[in-house]
Ligand binder design. Structure first.
Ligand code: SF4
Ligand code: SF4
Length: 226
């Protein structure tokens, strides 16, 4: 697995907090450093949240997305609904306007994909062929099952995630475009890399915020519809 979450060695102070909080115990100490075992990690982000030394580093996709834009690609953003919690008082019109200033061709909420996915789940329930269906929307849950509970794989729904469904839909409507999912979760970077036909890359809200700051772009609150 590519390194989506790694340790900045100089920052680790051996407090063992990450080990205590890792739900699948995929962090080991060697050479007085905490190390993530990539084959076991489910990219839940807990170790990142609890580390008092800010020693965990998330792979940054900003330069790659900038490269898409600078190369003249039409780049569309799929925005996780939680952007409203991350950017208080900022609506879809305002954030779309700011993304266009960065060079994006457009932006839509990932809810478009959720609507497509909902129809698929309704079909699965209607068919009534399974007693148990585990939703495949959360990539960390998918990784948890694949890496730690493979016996539950038959229950995992064979349905695209809202991110994949939305990006697939964007690519149908804007042939040849690049798609970038923007959300809170590092796990989506792994999902995008694994299903590269749908989502070309993923930015976290932190990456986007840093990019807005660098570009001197301020998000307008509650921008009126035009
Ligand atoms: S929580 Fe951070 S500082 Fe503590 S052991 Fe883990 S990586 Fe090192
Ligand atoms: S991201 Fe989650 S699963 Fe991976 S090492 Fe950190 S706490 Fe453990």
């Amino acid at each position: 697995m590519a390194e989506f979450l790694k340790l900045k060695k100089s920052n680790c102070k051996n407090c063992y907090k990450c080990i205590r909080h890792c739900p699948v115990k995929s962090i080991r100490f060697s050479g007085n450093q905490a190390n993530i075992i990539a084959d076991e990690c489910i990219l839940c982000g807990q170790c990142f949240v609890v580390c008092p030394q800010d020693a965990k580093e998330i792979a940054d996709s900003t330069e790659r997305v900038k490269y898409f834009i600078e190369s003249g690609e039409k780049v569309y953003a799929s925005l996780a609904p939680s952007f409203v919690a991350n950017y208080d008082g900022v609506g879809i019109e305002s954030i779309t306007s700011a993304l266009k200033k960065l060079g994006f061709a457009g932006a839509e909420e990932t809810a478009v994909g959720a609507t497509i996915v909902k129809t698929e789940y309704e079909r699965l329930v209607r068919e009534d062929k399974r007693d148990i269906i585990i939703s495949s929307c959360c990539n960390s849950v998918n990784l948890l099952i694949q890496k730690h509970y493979p016996e539950a794989l038959p229950y995992l729904a064979d349905v695209l995630s809202p991110m994949q469904a939305h990006c697939q839909d964007l690519k149908k409507r804007y042939p040849g475009c690049k798609t970038v999912f923007i959300g809170p979760c590092v796990s989506k970077k792994e999902e995008a890399a694994r299903y590269a036909d749908y989502t070309d890359d993923v930015l976290t809200f932190e990456e986007l915020t840093t990019w807005f700051k660098e570009a001197g772009i301020t998000l307008e609150k509650n921008m009126a519809r035009t």
